[in-house]
Design a binder for this molecule. Sequence first.
Ligand SMILES: [Zn+2]
Length: 253
Amino acid sequence: MWYQAVDSGRELWKVKNWDKYSWLTHGFTSRHWGNLALHVEDIADVITERERLSQYLGISLDSWVVGNQIHKANIQRVKPSDKGRGAVDHASAFCDTDGMITEYPGLFLVTFYADCVPLFFVEPKSRIIGIAHAGWRGTAAQIGPAMVNYFRLAYQQADLNHLEVAIGPSIGSCCYQISEQVAENFSQQSLSCSSDGIYLDLCLANKLQLIASGVNANNIFLANQCTYCNNSFFSFRREGKNAGRMAAFIYRS
Ligand SMILES: [Zn+2]
């Protein structure tokens, strides 16, 4: 249900089911698009990479909207006046924000990843869109259900029966060994044990939470791509804290 679109050697992952929405732009970058987050010293290089992605998509860099991610479940409703926040600096980004949601066109909502789970939200009838960053802490804090509740409470016109959620490339249960303390935050269904320890299926944990919060299971699209196994992704576990960050983005016209 996800596929790898390749443009001049740069893989971009997209949801097949969403190609039919001509008003929607979305995707998840591979390492071939470079590091897209400002956690490094050389910010100029990051801006150059962001400009390249913007140019490819035909969406200007001043349409980007970014939050400073802190692995919690805080969500911002994005308005046209927020356009450009965090596009070229940290200071103007939303504070302490891992989820964004909007009903407005022209806002390029972006979050960044190296193994954590990207969640993309589309309610196609009213064209409300959202995106959320779910590492294990954000998942334990139920950021997925928090996004669904935001659709339910903030948007009377949103139809949850039609809400679609895509779960993008992220570290798979094949590679995500966790401690017993971390495991305590998750149900047995998303954990597996082997002789060398406990492994977490963070995508499944998110999927189960989304279903429990009212999302139709048929409307959840998994990428089933492990960012640790697949070298075309950056991986925090594989490369350490200086790993580049990939972008998950969503935009409506
Ligand atoms: Zn793996």
